[in-house]
Write a protein that binds this ligand. Sequence first.
Ligand code: ADP
Length: 496
Amino acid sequence: MLHYILSLDQGTTSSRAILYDQDVHTVATRQKEFRQLFPEPGWVEHDAMEIWESQLTVAREAIAEVPGCISSIAGIGITNQRETTVIWDRKTGQPIHHAIVWQDRRTAGFCKELTAAGHAHLFQSKTGLVLDAYFSATKIRWLLDHVDGARDRAEKGELAFGTIDTWLVWNLTGGKQHITDVSNASRTMIFNIHDLQWDEELLRILDIPVAILPEVVESSGQLGITAKDVLGAELPIGGIAGDQQAALFGQLCTRPGMAKCTYGTGCFLVANTGDVAVQSNHNLLTTIGWKINGQTTYALEGSVFVGGAAIQWLRDGLGFFSDAQESEELAASVEDNGGVYFVPALTGLGAPYWDQSARGMIVGITRGTTKAHITRAALEAIGHQVNDVLETMAKDRGGAMKELRIDGGAVANDLLVQFQADIAGVDVLRPANLETTALGAAFLAGLGLGLWSMETLETKWKKEHTFQPQMDQKQASSLKKQWQRAIERSKGWIVE
Ligand code: ADP
């Protein structure tokens, strides 16, 4: 009986492997961190070999934890840090340079040049992305320009480019398969999300030879087979998706209007928009959620830079408490925010404001203000920021979200989650299993390999609690108005 799915969750700071049984119980988990390399200010690199070795190690360890399971593993699901770029030699499998990580800003100047040349609209309309250094395209270009002989070898077909999913599949299959799934391809800024092809016009503008690109495949199905010596058996690869898309699938946000938000350091919102690639008028990203059985599902994405990090700052910067968990009790010790608003624009404002010159601000302070009010204001700020993105998504999409499914470290805080439901006026659903990214990859694989049907998956996602809006509308809208006034004051704070 085939009844396990191995999920490989390759993140920015660590590689994880989780083995699930047929009932989606976790039977083994392994995790290994790897080095972050900062060769110059603003540059972030990973050693791609180290990524592969850490991923392989945890996969082997997770399998070894359940003796004899190898012959019962139905297959593998892969989810990964997105946009991070690797180029390697097809013959030797050796990377020609360290991987350039999504956070890396070295190509920001080049992106500015492209924008100045009037290309931003073209890129956005074809790829759904804002022309920015985050995405893979300008990182590929940098590698071709800066590694000796790279362009020449790329044109001759000797080199291969991949995001981390592609790199893992290449190694898992012993160099047999050079593929990426549509969700990862949609983060490269050279993939046309409407016709689902690498875009020749964009490749020409960037001078990237088509010969280095992987074949684009669906997110679920028989996508590849691992080489026998890698994990001890030939295992099918059944699912691939970038981390945020995998989390959307892991939350089973499979119908238009369903959205998920991950509350970690930042907050990451993704909403399913069905078969429509909604073009944002507010600088949200349009992306591909997944493609299954020929059906492409699109999504809108918006990120808040400082979410749980605001609580971290109260803990470490101001010493308000020693554990983030204590923020809930402290905030609950007062009736309301006492008129205090905290805009945590500590690194500028992300969606939907996009103001790099904004800075953090606490306003409405009186003689009666205490730590508790400020903490409450910080938690409310997380809720307000997420609501701002939700409202923007509703505008772009022409309809409010039906519900919000949540995950991430900060959703343990009931006061925060209740406030989220109150301020957004939607039901907020917290699942029992908060490891939605790894779960999503497992779901895609189990679905693609015939272990689970869509109907079975619906029964595998378990709700722990629904937070329903309780605040009256008038009060919610007056809090939102005050919040907007605070936002306006934090904008443009840094004067160059
Ligand atoms: P990441 O994956 O980004 O490292 P996690 O999902 O582990 O983040 O969540 C950690 C973040 O959540 C931290 O910023 C922390 O301050 C915040 N956090 C954790 N527990 C709570 C809590 N009970 N209330 C509010 N914030 C919390």
